[in-house]
Ligand binder design. Structure first.
Ligand SMILES: Cc1ncc(COP(=O)(O)O)c(C=O)c1O
Length: 466
């Protein structure tokens, strides 16, 4: 179990929590015997028994091996069924295997998977992305990490500047530039579990400030060595942090004033509307990056930019039409089948109507969670944003990444996740994010509310609320 931090608002003693955990572990072992056997076998050929490290990070004593995922239901190899509010950490935001995406992919797979030549579908997605997000020109990458990496490279090329400014405790993929965080002495450091490049000076590539801190932002940008600011419109990877009123307006102004490009990473905040947070709140970034859910979970990401950026890219290299002026691209990126999946997902699944259903579901869930906190007098809070919400062990909404992270409590959090999993409910590991897909019914949402009610009634009963 991870025991790095403990919330001052935990409500139960370590001993009480350990006893609850032991009870739930025993139940989990009983429910998932086949997953456990499979995990034990997998240790012989996969590092730590999983094909990708995050799959082993759900806080359960062994991973749950999946046999099927469809809509908002996941079935494991023991035959347990779960109502899914994690949705592959947003990759399956519109539900697992949406019919329209399956149909388009099945058709395209028979007509060629990858040719390194464009299909006509590419025009349709370019047009659709432009209509939604308000930026006119687009390129396709394979993952959101890769889209961010390419955009950083473009920004460096166009500005001749080395650094990237990001927000403390943010996550934009496994980029060296955005992994450093502000340490206790105010200097940049990598969290020890990410420190794979110990020889790399942390401040050579990065500047980091707290979200919502405009004074620090201006101070750091005034060095005029940042090629870009890379930020999520709402922070969604350290718990959740909302922007203060007028924060985005000022962020835009300061980027322009100090000559840094503004890059908004909408990979998660796409859940705020069919044109992401950018469209919903009328933001004006130079670049948008976006991955995970746009092709229904098929690996595709995109980045969009202004006409001015496009002209500067071509002018910088003197020859319009040079396909790869900056070491950008990938053999399999924008392959025919990924583009077909994106076209079908954007035009038939991620519709305005789907988002309306997702928002209504989020409201139902957040209202339900707030009511539980009130009923048991528990001093935690629920942050709401578009189709996602986050339960945080802090009485007021956090203003920045540090505040959010300081109230993390891995033991408590993973106990609640295990409790819910034993009752057929999945929420996002690493924090308490719950995402509502359009296919979730009111009854599905109520089941999650009841699950939390049972879990928190017990915790409040032991700790006596506040
Ligand atoms: C905001 C944000 N950007 C980028 C990424 C990277 O996405 P991927 O792992 O699909 O490359 C993530 C991953 O969680 C993310 O949360």
């Amino acid at each position: 179990m991870i025991t790095e931090k403990k919330s001052p608002y935990r409500l139960v003693t370590d001993e009480q929590l350990a006893a609850l955990r032991a009870r739930e572990d025993a139940l989990f072992q009983k429910r998932t015997t086949k997953s456990k056997r499979t995990f034990n076998r997998a240790q012989e050929m996969l590092l730590n028994g999983v094909p990708m490290p995050w799959m082993g990070d759900w806080g359960t004593s062994h991973p749950i091996f999946v046999s099927e995922a469809k809509g908002n239901r996941v079935t494991d190899i023991d035959g347990n069924q779960y109502v899914d509010f994690c949705l592959g950490d947003t990759g399956a935001m519109f539900g697992h295997s949406p019919e329209a995406t399956i149909k388009a992919v099945s058709k395209q797979v028979r007509r060629g998977i990858t040719t390194m030549m464009p299909t006509e579908d590419a025009l349709r997605i370019g047009q659709e992305l432009g209509r939604r997000f308000g930026l006119p020109l687009w390129q396709v990458a394979m993952t959101a990490t890769e889209a961010n990496r390419y955009v950083i490279r473009i920004c460096r090329t166009l500005t001749g500047r080395p650094k990237v400014l990001s927000m403390n405790e943010s996550y934009h993929g496994s980029l060296d530039e955005t992994l450093p965080h502000i340490g206790p002495d105010g200097r940049l450091e990598l969290r020890s579990n990410y420190d794979m490049n110990p020889g790399l000076p942390k401040d050579a590539l990065s500047r980091v400030v707290e979200f919502n801190d405009l004074e620090a932002l201006e101070r750091e940008l005034a060095h005029k060595d940042c090629a870009c600011v890379l930020a999520e419109p709402v922070m969604t990877n350290c718990g959740m942090v909302l922007p203060a009123p007028r924060y985005h307006e000022k962020l835009r102004e300061l980027c322009t004033k100090y000559g840094a490009y503004l890059v908004l990473d909408e990979t998660h905040t796409f859940s705020n509307g069919y044109g992401g947070y950018t469209k919903a709140y009328g933001l004006e970034p130079d670049f948008i990056t976006l991955g995970k859910s746009i092709a229904g979970g098929i690996p595709v990401a995109v980045y969009g930019f202004t006409k001015e950026v496009a002209e500067r890219i071509n002018a910088s290299f003197g020859r319009k039409g040079v396909s790869d002026p900056m070491g950008i691209g990938g053999t399999l990126s924008a392959n025919t089948f990924a583009i077909a999946a994106m076209r079908a997902t954007l035009t038939k699944v991620a519709t305005e109507e789907a988002f309306e259903k997702m928002f209504a579901g989020q409201k139902r869930l957040s209202d339900g969670l707030d009511a539980i906190l009130q009923k048991y007098n528990i001093p935690w809070s629920v942050t709401r944003s578009g189709a996602r919400c986050e339960l945080q062990f802090i009485p007021t909404l956090p203003k920045n990444g540090s505040e959010a992270k300081n109230h993390f409590d891995w033991d408590l959090m993973y106990y609640t996740h295990l409790f819910l999993a034993n009752r057929g409910l999945l929420i996002t590991p690493f924090h308490n994010m719950m995402l509502i897909p359009p296919v979730a019914t009111e009854a599905d949402i109520d089941i999650l509310i009841w699950g939390w009610d049972d879990c928190l009634a017990e915790i409040a009963g032991l700790g006596g609320g506040n």
